[in-house]
Design a protein around this ligand. Structure first.
Ligand code: CA
Length: 355
């Protein structure tokens, strides 16, 4: 049985009265990669997340939300299909849920089958496992690809290239091929102050595209299900200086419970292998306190960077007068360690408290 890390699920069900109107509500479905509840609306004092907080203030904050399995694809698949990993057979990052459940109906697919126009930008399904029947239009990625998945054969993709933003994530299809072919090489640094502007980074490009698309979705006059996927605060913790500046170095402290719990069984842990795949992190041995402090600061900076991109989308929704008739759901795919229990990243069953 696979469980369970805290995930974040916020919904702005606003206004509730709209739910009783004859006009179907639009859905803005926002996925955030590796977001633990380091967020102001969860009472985390250090968090600088004004846009998530304003969304939370007019909606519902779910504080007992759990994920099916604490890693991207199984968790995302469970959210999209409503099925457990043991049913989808997606326990890893290499399996499409339609291999085991060819006829399942995903959440966006359900809306599509009921008259909605469904569009997805960025990371919603796990990269490389985009789903044909879910979307009315090709899936859009900031790295310069539009991917149309065959509606009958999910192994067939049509890819259109355009001038996109270079991503730290590889081309989704190449990424899968590389993983299947063996060990991927070392990646870039685990954290970095980026000299790029917001829009030159993937999440900024997703926000810019989302802002562009909203006007078209409104003009089309059909109810829409709009999936917007942000990849920060996933590693590497790369974002512009202004977001790092929100968290002065001197304000960062190590996790209070940085030791393994007494008598906890060995299988509950891992050796931080995801973190170690980044170039600046040693292959073995402890993560130094100096590096841990940088990672914690970088993670927080990336949460704020993502929050700023979210704010652009929410502002445009308001500007277009769509707020009253759009249900917004914001969710993270699983929790995350930043040194708690001696761990970094995800893929454990620990719950996080007192961030
Ligand atoms: Ca994830």
């Amino acid at each position: 049985m696979t469980t369970m890390r805290l995930t974040i699920l916020l919904a702005a069900l606003f206004p509730l009265l709209a739910a009783f109107s004859a006009q179907p509500l639009n859905v803005l479905f926002i996925a955030v990669d590796d977001l633990r509840p380091d967020i102001g609306c969860y009472g985390v004092i250090h968090a600088k997340t004004p846009n998530i907080d304003r969304l939370a203030a007019r909606g519902i904050v779910f504080d007992k939300a759990y994920c099916a399995q604490a890693v991207c694809s199984p968790s995302r698949t469970a959210i999209l299909t409503g099925l457990r990993p043991d049913t989808t057979k997606v326990w890893d990052l290499d399996t499409h849920f339609r291999d085991a459940q060819p006829d399942c109906v995903t959440l966006p697919q359900h809306f599509r089958m009921n008259g909605y126009h469904t569009v997805g930008l960025g990371k919603l399904e796990h990269h490389g496992f985009e789903d044909g029947p879910s979307w009315s239009e090709p899936r859009w990625f900031p790295s310069g690809q539009m991917v149309k998945v065959d509606e009958q054969d999910w192994t067939k993709h049509t890819v259109t290239l355009f001038e996109g933003v270079k991503s730290e994530f590889a081309n989704p299809l190449e990424d899968v091929a590389k993983r299947k072919g063996g060990k991927a090489g070392k990646k870039g640094p685990s954290f970095e102050i980026s000299p790029k502007t917001d829009d030159e980074l993937p999440d900024g490009a997703v926000a810019a595209e989302a802002v562009k698309r909203l006007a078209g979705l409104k003009a089309a006059g059909k109810p829409f299900f709009f999936g917007v996927g942000f990849v920060k605060p996933h590693l590497p913790f790369t974002c512009p200086q202004k977001y790092w500046d929100l968290y002065p170095e001197a304000s960062i402290q190590l996790a209070a419970n940085a030791q393994r719990p007494k008598d906890a069984p060995e299988p509950a842990f891992h050796n931080n292998y995801e973190l170690r795949s980044y170039g600046t992190v040693p292959e073995n041995g402890p993560i130094s306190d100096a590096m841990a402090l940088k990672l914690i600061r970088g993670y927080r900076a990336c949460v704020s960077f993502m929050d700023a991109q979210l704010g652009r989308v929410l502002d445009e929704l308001d500007r277009l007068g769509l707020r009253e008739n759009t249900l917004i759901v914001l969710w993270g795919d699983h929790g995350y360690h930043l040194g708690e229990n001696g761990l970094f990243t995800k893929m454990t069953n620990f719950l996080l408290e007192n961030l």
